[in-house]
Design a binder for this molecule. Structure first.
Ligand code: DGY
Length: 325
């Protein structure tokens, strides 16, 4: 029997290719650049499965172009690139990759926090420049991390992993979320709940770990920056549009906050020019980019797809109602 045809919009890792090859006939997009939209619309025509990245929009137009599609398996935990309602309407299962990237993403949020607090990027530039004249008492003085207050916005798996790392630096951890953590989780992570405004006023570092939803789009705006300490830093490894970049640039320019460290941007790969300042650390959306984790993400997406195509129930389904019928 012919294997179901699948489009993978990336060449993937060998381990993920192995998972797919047993039961699918896979067409890989092998080129280094992301596939243009027209290519996606063309290539999806005869495919039953799609394995894609967060840079590809899976919307009604794409689903119409691929009438045989049964699943869109995203290689990311965030799925704001997928119109889940449109998938559901057309009976297409949508899946993501939760759980496997929490620790790696939290590691990187800490990397950003430390880098901006201790001015690592500026230090690296000076050390390489040939202009370093040697040790000086007030050279590139940053701010202490240890003993400060970390405010976590979004206390899901990644927010909690961020909190877990804070005790080594003797930080006080406060968090805000629509859903309060259990008393046991608060105790284990030594984290105290705060309403948003209290968290903004109290935190020395604010780290964002919320998904992009209609209610979180533009959440960090002029008003929020106005409530932060002038000495505070914003760290964002969630989704760019959670922060109003123009408002952030203005807050940095006017000294309303001390700095920022960002892995995600409103309109990637574009970055607001007002953010290219010495007190901002910029990274190109790489918080989950360790070989181990990216391999796990690709394998999880491949397993989701193979399960569905073999008539089993995939684990990470975003619209389980499609499977009920
Ligand atoms: C995700 O998974 O949503 C990240 O942004 C990439 O790891």
């Amino acid at each position: 029997m012919a294997k179901p045809r699948v489009l993978a919009t990336h060449r993937l890792f060998e381990a993920a290719r192995q998972i797919l090859q047993e039961s699918c006939d896979v067409e890989y997009w092998e080129r280094p650049e992301r596939p243009p939209r027209e290519e996606m619309l063309e290539r999806v025509k005869d495919k039953e499965g799609l394995i894609c990245l967060l840079t590809e929009k899976v919307d009604d137009e794409l689903l119409r172009a691929g009438p045989k599609l049964r699943m869109a398996a995203n290689i990311a935990v965030g799925f704001d690139n997928i119109d889940v309602a449109a998938c559901t309407k057309r009976g297409v299962v949508a899946a993501n990759t939760p759980g496997v990237l929490d620790e790696t993403t939290a590691d990187f949020a800490w990397t950003l926090l430390m880098a901006v607090a201790r001015r690592l990027v500026e230090g690296d530039a000076l050390a390489r420049s040939g202009n370093w004249k040697g040790w000086d008492l007030d050279q590139l003085v940053g701010t202490d991390v240890w003993g400060k207050t970390l405010g976590i916005v979004g206390f899901g798996r990644i927010g909690k992993a961020m909190a877990r790392r804070a005790s080594g630096f003797q930080l006080k951890v406060i968090y805000t979320d629509a859903v309060r953590a259990t008393p046991e989780a608060e105790k284990e992570l030594r984290a105290e709940f705060r309403e948003m405004n209290a968290l903004l006023a109290e935190s020395d570092f604010i780290s964002l770990h919320t998904p992009l939803l209609p209610e979180t789009r533009g959440l960090f705006n002029e008003e929020k920056f106005g409530r932060m300490k002038r000495t505070a830093f914003l760290i964002n490894t969630s989704r760019g549009p959670v922060v109003d970049e123009a408002a952030l640039a203005a807050a940095l320019e006017s000294g309303k906050i001390a700095g920022a460290a960002l892995d995600v941007f409103e309109k990637e790969p574009a970055i607001h020019p007002g953010l290219k300042r010495p007190n901002v650390v910029l990274a190109p959306h790489i918080a989950s980019a360790s070989l181990e984790t990216r391999t796990k993400m690709a394998c999880m997406a491949a397993e989701n797809l193979v399960a569905l195509l073999q008539g089993r129930r995939p684990v990470n389904v975003l619209n389980p109602e499609v499977l009920k019928g």
